[in-house]
Unconditional design. Sequence first.
Length: 286
Amino acid sequence: MFDPFFMTTGLGVGLMASALLLGLRHGIDWDHIAAITDLSATQQAPRRGLLLGLLYAAGHGAVVLVIGTLTIIAGRSLPDGVDAFFGRLVGATLILLGGYVLWSLWAHRDDFRMQSRWMMVIGGVKRLVARRRRRGEAIEHEHPHAAHADVHHEPDSAHTEAQPVHSHAHTHDPDDLAADYGPRAAVAVGMLHGVGAETPTQVVTFLAAAQAGGVGAGLVVLVTFLIGLFLSNTAITLGATYGFKEAMQRRSVQRTLGAVTAVMSLVVGILFVLGQDAVLPAFFAG
């Protein structure tokens, strides 16, 4: 049952304002910033970067919509322990992927390319599947490399003749799937972040509206939360696509961000596993 008059009362307006602020705050969590930056700033075409960032927001919002709607209809909060379980699960993932970033920094050095944590998981799974399906399709050959060159040159080019060269076996994978940021990957990462440690705790606001003004009021507050979430995610996407794209393409910037992200992942992951994530800073109260 939906009471339209309730949404005009002080309580109804207050719940909607709280939901909007919670959505704005949730949308600028560092996981969102890292994922959207990775999806948007690494694209050559700005429109594609903008599209992937918006698809990430859509995937995230869809999961929150489902969780919130089911909770409102059920008329009760999620079972005790669910939030803690997801918190420890996310924490363990952050520790593993933080360690993987540190290893990548050491193993790849100058060729290191920054990726968001969930994109590493998706890229790794896709790479394993592709290798099983297409084993033997990689092409191995020898060709000269100019010393300290960033790009490959033909053996007879003037640039190569002027510098010492060497030959070594070089394998080309048909597709670099780890860097294949397509629409489905963007939606999938957004959905994974939707089942994060913070989402279950936010349904309390939706339940308060549902208990005071009916299921319809709860759904209105839920949609208001999603509007705030989408607005902040869109702002990050625009910044990543048009604001600091050039800086993100510099290797030194990527290595620095990789190191910072790895350390942050390890620290945050340990806090989540220990159940001490309440000490993490928030950009807004809530």
